[in-house]
Design a binder for this molecule. Structure first.
Ligand SMILES: [Mg+2]
Ligand SMILES: [Zn+2]
Length: 223
C-alpha cells in the first residue's frame, strides 16, 4: 500500500525588498581607488633582425644556402610579430663581399634561403662593405636601420633592432631605435653589460617587445 506523500510545506511568505533608500551608497570619496597610471609603452612599429647569429646559426662568410639553419625560436618569434601585424626586416653586414670571400650572388642565394625558411620579410638591407670602407650602412652605423625604416614608412624611433652583438645595438642606438641583444657565444661580456635590454632567445626578445613584462607585472625592468 502506498503511503501518502506528505504535504509540501508552504513557501515562505515573500519578503518585500527593503526600500533602496534604506541602504545609502557609501560616499565615493570613501573608496580609496586610483586608476592605474597610463601605460607609457607601445610595441614597435617594425622589428629588424640581424641575420647571422640572430635569425640563423652563424656560419662565417656563408656562401652555401644549404648551410642556413634557423635558430630554435626564430619561427615562433616571427609568427608572433606577423600575427600582431608588425612588419619584420633583416639588416645584415656582409663584409665577406668586400673581403673577396663571397660574391653578391652567393649572399643573395643565402638570403633567399633565409626567406624561404623564415620569410617573407618586409624589407632586406645588406651592407657589402668592409670595416675600412667608412660606409654609412655597416653596423654600428645607422644607415641600414634608417633605410629600412624609410622603406617601411615608420619613424626610426618606433623601430626595434634585435641582434647578437654590440654592433647591432650600436646601429639601433645611432638610428634612435630601440634594441634587444640576444647573446651567443661570440657576444662579448661588455656588449652584454652595456646593452639596454638583453633576452636569452628570439622568442623572449619578441615577447619583451610586444608585451614588455614591466607593463604586465608592474615590476621594474632590471635593465
Ligand atoms: Mg650577428
Ligand atoms: Zn656599407
Amino acid at each position: 500500500m502506498l503511503s501518502a506523500r506528505p504535504p509540501r510545506p508552504e513557501p515562505p511568505a515573500a519578503v518585500p525588498d527593503a526600500p533602496l533608500a534604506a541602504v545609502p551608497d557609501a560616499p565615493l570619496a570613501a573608496v580609496p581607488y586610483a586608476p592605474p597610471a597610463a601605460v607609457p609603452y607601445a610595441p614597435p612599429a617594425a622589428v629588424l633582425f640581424d641575420r647571422d647569429g640572430t635569425l640563423v646559426v652563424d656560419v662565417p662568410y656563408c656562401a652555401d644556402p644549404e648551410l642556413v639553419t634557423p635558430v630554435p625560436t626564430a619561427r615562433a618569434a616571427l609568427f608572433l610579430l606577423r600575427a600582431a601585424g608588425i612588419p619584420v626586416g633583416v639588416v645584415s653586414n656582409q663584409s665577406g663581399i668586400a673581403r673577396g670571400l663571397l660574391n653578391r650572388d652567393q649572399v643573395e642565394a643565402v638570403n633567399r634561403r633565409v626567406d624561404d625558411l623564415l620569410g617573407p620579410f618586409d624589407v632586406w638591407q645588406v651592407c657589402p662593405h668592409g670595416p675600412e670602407d667608412g660606409c654609412a650602412c655597416r653596423k654600428p652605423a645607422p644607415g641600414m636601420v634608417l633605410a629600412a625604416a624609410q622603406r617601411l614608412g615608420v619613424a626610426p624611433g618606433d623601430v626595434a633592432v634585435v641582434g647578437d652583438i654590440g654592433a647591432d645595438v650600436g646601429a639601433a642606438r645611432a638610428a634612435g631605435a630601440r634594441s634587444v641583444l640576444v647573446p651567443t657565444e661570440v657576444t662579448l661580456p661588455e656588449e652584454v653589460a652595456t646593452a639596454p635590454v638583453v633576452r636569452p632567445d628570439l622568442l623572449a626578445a619578441v615577447q619583451y617587445l610586444l608585451y614588455r613584462p614591466s607593463t604586465v607585472t608592474g615590476l621594474a625592468e632590471v635593465r
